[in-house]
Design a protein around this ligand. Structure first.
Ligand SMILES: [Zn+2]
Length: 243
């Protein structure tokens, strides 16, 4: 029996695309292969920017037509995740990302899949760095460094003398402690590290490399301020001058 679209049950996929490392199931029409292509591009961009090698790991993406279907499907499988806006679950053999459709769904997809891809390559990440990177990569490639709403917000805050405090960000251990300013400040430090100079980028890359190789590298702030004692002032200049 064919059901009218409105009463489709959660998990009635109308598109299933399988790429080499990605399986995407969608309740809405996206265009065959668009999602796997988007994920493939994201993986390439992350690898290139952060010097990672992400060839391992299977990622499954579930895209629901609305929040109701998301809640219905997720609550049966991961009850504690049903209250979330979107969900990333790291499994033994593969990672799964659950997301429902809305205006900015592509940003949500890139955000959650960035977490998944980072965790394929790295055994762990400090929370601020994990979220800062996901906030950074969620914006589409063409306007990633210039078009993130955080840029406008952090400029505004810093104009009124706000200083993103890296040591405070490092003390965050759970998502429930994070408010939107923590996300913004984490993003600002990540943007600084990636774009300020070859020196700043190398500090980030070296840190990720140590994590990947299983060395506990200690707090990033200790490494940063040792190499760059005036990092706070440089962050301020960087944010102010970034075009
Ligand atoms: Zn996140």
């Amino acid at each position: 029996m064919l059901l009218p679209l409105e009463v489709q049950a959660a998990g009635d996929w109308i598109e299933i695309s399988e790429g080499d490392a990605f399986i995407c199931r969608s309740e809405v029409k996206v265009g065959q292969n668009e999602l796997p292509l988007m994920l493939k591009n994201l993986r390439t961009e992350i690898d290139k920017t952060l010097g990672l090698d992400n060839s391992e790991g299977l990622l499954e993406l579930y895209l629901f037509r609305n929040r109701r279907n998301f809640v219905e499907y997720v609550s049966q499988r991961i009850p504690e995740g049903a209250s979330r806006q979107a969900l990333y679950v790291k499994g033994e053999d593969r990672s799964r990302v659950y997301i429902y459709n809305h205006n900015l769904v592509r940003n949500d997809i890139r955000h959650e899949c960035t977490h998944a891809l980072l965790h394929h390559s790295l055994p762990y990440l400090p929370l601020w760095m994990d979220e800062g990177l996901a906030e950074y990569f969620e914006v589409e490639h063409q306007v990633r460094s210039t078009g993130n709403p955080h840029l406008r917000d952090i400029r505004f805050a810093m104009f009124f003398r706000h200083q993103p405090d890296l040591k405070k960000l490092e003390q965050l251990t759970s998502l429930t402690e994070m408010d939107k300013n923590h996300y913004r400040d984490s993003w600002a430090w990540i943007h600084f590290l990636i774009h300020e100079s070859e020196e700043s980028r190398q500090l980030l890359l070296d840190y990720l490399k140590e994590i990947r190789e299983g060395e506990p590298p200690g707090r990033f702030s200790s490494i940063l301020y040792q190499a760059m004692p005036n990092a706070d002032a440089r962050l301020k200049q960087h944010i102010k001058n970034w075009k």
